[in-house]
Design a protein around this ligand. Structure first.
Ligand SMILES: NC(=O)c1ccc[n+]([C@@H]2O[C@H](COP(=O)([O-])OP(=O)(O)OC[C@H]3O[C@@H](n4cnc5c(N)ncnc54)[C@H](O)[C@@H]3O)[C@@H](O)[C@H]2O)c1
Length: 254
């Protein structure tokens, strides 16, 4: 059940955080994993018995080469996880710098687009592509306009790709986590989210990267064969509404 044994999986941003937890889980479940990251992950790949391909997802040729290498090494790809991404310091829209938006979109949007464009040629029919979006794709947060709009684009690309790849039974979904306990969550200048997540989230805590990895595992398995085009929230209940503890604190402060 939920088997991904011997499935070939490519995971971008596999060197840290959510990607790293997913690499470890997929390896433990018997998948043949290709780690793609802009930082060197040769040691990690050696330790886990998988393959590392140095990749900058903002470079289309790198992403094409990544898919080609994965297919040459292990055979046709079953799952692609377009996960590499970045955040930048909080910035109100009235202070927005076009260059910052462009840098954000280069990684968060074009990185996913190149994966969606080049993976299918190297994939088995019936495979799965899963993108990492964010709960901010659908919810406005002051200061996070560039990040949220880049993730909204990821949700849209996911839905379009799901329709276009459906004839080959390739499923395309994305996950939408709220704050996850990874280095990205502690990035300088993003303190508002970090300091409020426990208060606003109904479950009262951040998401753990292993919890995202478990969702990727389900979405990559054949047991998930009728789910495609979905943006799946993994947010401790935040989409349902703010946690009771937030109102308790608010009432105390008033
Ligand atoms: N941590 C959170 O709170 C959170 C919440 C929602 C969504 N996300 C998303 O999850 C994904 C993973 O983030 P994380 O929290 O694990 O962050 P992280 O910083 O721990 O890991 C990101 C990884 O991506 C790699 N990377 C960065 N730029 C790259 C590039 N151009 N090419 C290839 N690799 C590159 C980094 O080297 C790193 O290994 C991102 O898309 C992020 O936007 C994170």
């Amino acid at each position: 059940m939920f088997s991904i044994k011997d499935k070939v999986a490519v995971i971008t941003g596999g060197g840290s955080g959510i990607g790293l937890a997913t690499v470890k889980r997929f390896c433990a479940a018997g998948a043949k994993v290709v780690i793609a990251d802009i930082t060197d992950q040769t040691k990690l790949a050696d330790e886990l018995g998988c393959t590392f391909v140095k990749t900058d997802v903002t470079k289309e040729e790198d992403v094409k080469q990544l898919m080609q290498t994965a297919c040459d090494t292990y055979g046709p790809i079953d799952s692609v996880i377009n996960n590499a991404g970045m955040i930048m310091p909080e910035q109100l829209l009235v202070e927005a710098e076009a260059a910052d938006f462009e840098r954000m979109f280069r990684i968060n949007v074009f990185g996913v687009l190149y994966g969606l464009k080049h993976a299918p040629a190297y994939m088995r029919d019936g495979g799965a592509i899963i993108n990492t979006a964010s709960n901010s794709a659908d919810e406005g947060f002051s200061g996070y306009g560039a990040y949220g709009s880049s993730k909204a684009a990821v949700v849209h690309l996911t839905k379009t790709a799901a329709i276009e790849l459906a004839p080959r039974q390739i499923r395309v979904n994305c996950i939408c986590p709220n704050t996850v306990d990874t280095p990205l969550a502690y990035a300088e200048g993003c303190e508002t989210e970090l300091h409020t997540v426990n208060v606003i989230t109904p479950l009262g805590r951040m998401c753990r990267p292993e919890e995202c990895a478990a969702l990727f595992h389900f979405l990559a398995s054949d047991d998930c064969s009728y789910i495609t085009g979905e943006d799946i929230y993994i947010d401790g209940g935040l989409k349902a509404g703010p946690g009771m503890q937030m109102f308790a604190q608010l009432l105390k402060a008033l």
